[in-house]
Design a protein around this ligand. Structure first.
Ligand code: R5P
Length: 310
């Protein structure tokens, strides 16, 4: 078994390598002067079961291209099996046609990864579960929920917790968490007229006096979270926490969250945290390497990955 890392999240790849006690394979991912990507695998991978760790996070196109070119290099080096380990799968929000003459970019990206030569995909909290079906190769979609449940149980008193879905699309995910921590569920009725701008219309459920836990897959501009937190507090919530798998945190998101009424935002390191994230007073990062490392180990030994969902 070999582990190969792209440049998107080297600390996560190193943590996975430490978890598995498998060193990262020698591999150089460089740029030509015109920024074309060049990859050189510097050790023999012939006949190996290879796992390529690369999130397609910002800059998404560069990181996607790196992933594709690493897979191509491995295929041409006669690797036996190539698994694309994509802790954060970018382009996932483009999973349907929002209007006429628009693309389904998540499907295009799935095709690119497959055609580059991946045999399997291992990813985490896909924006929509059905994106799994965009791949015609085996795809495991891990859930961050068990890691979050552990953290919530360790840190929060269970008497007045309430799980809140920040939009109608996230209800299934939020209901599953509510069930795991034995808490009631509320729903924010969010509207989005333009990308990056969200507005809360209503709160469905009685949140008064509750410690609310907003659960989502992605925090990008932070607008969804900050608006939801304001609305929950205006409706009598005692405090608001958020657990989000992927901290995309574009533009001014970190300062928007730091200046918000959110008590704490907890994210995983599926995307490499920036310095601003690390020093923000109300953002905490929990490690995802043990979950991904365990799933890689199980894939390599052909054992069950689904038991990790419990
Ligand atoms: C949307 O469906 C997603 O689950 C997130 O709620 C959204 O991507 C968050 O975006 P932002 O932080 O920009 O409001």
């Amino acid at each position: 078994m070999k582990l190969v890392a792209g440049n998107s999240n080297r600390p996560l790849a190193e943590a996975i390598s430490a978890y598995l006690n498998v060193p990262l394979a020698k591999c150089q991912v460089k740029r030509f002067a015109d920024m074309e990507v060049f990859v050189e695998i510097q050790e023999n991978v012939r006949g190996e079961d290879v796992f390529v760790v690369q999130s397609t996070s910002f800059p998404a196109n560069d990181h996607l291209m790196e992933l594709l070119i690493i897979i191509d290099a491995l295929r041409r080096s006669s690797a036996r099996r190539i698994t694309a380990v994509i802790p954060y799968f970018g382009y996932a929000r483009q999973d349907r046609k929002p209007g006429p003459r628009t693309p389904i970019s998540a499907k295009l990206v799935a095709n690119l990864i497959t055609n580059a030569g991946a045999d399997r995909v291992l990813t985490l909290d896909l924006h929509a579960g059905q994106i799994q079906g965009f791949f015609d190769i085996p795809t495991d979609n891990l859930f961050g929920a068990p890691v979050m449940v552990r953290d919530i149980k360790e840190r929060m008193d269970n008497s007045n917790r309430m799980v809140v879905s920040p939009d109608v699309g996230g209800v299934v995910r939020a209901r599953a968490l509510a069930k795991r921590i034995d808490a009631p569920l509320a729903i924010v009725d969010k509207r989005r007229e333009r990308p990056g701008e969200s507005e809360v219309m209503n709160i469905i459920g009685d949140v008064s006096g509750r410690s609310c836990i907003l659960l989502d897959d992605i925090v990008d501009s932070g607008g969804t979270l900050v608006n939801a937190a304001d609305a929950l507090l205006a409706n009598g919530a005692k405090e608001v926490y958020a657990y989000i798998t992927h901290g995309v945190l574009s533009g001014g998101a970190v300062s928007r969250i730091a200046n918000s009424k959110l008590k704490e935002l907890v994210i995983t390191d599926s995307i490499m945290p920036t310095e601003a994230v690390k020093v923000a007073h109300n953002i905490r990062v929990i490690p995802i390497a043990p979950l991904i490392g365990e799933a890689i180990g199980r894939t390599a030994t052909e054992s069950s990955v689904s038991s990790l969902f419990d």
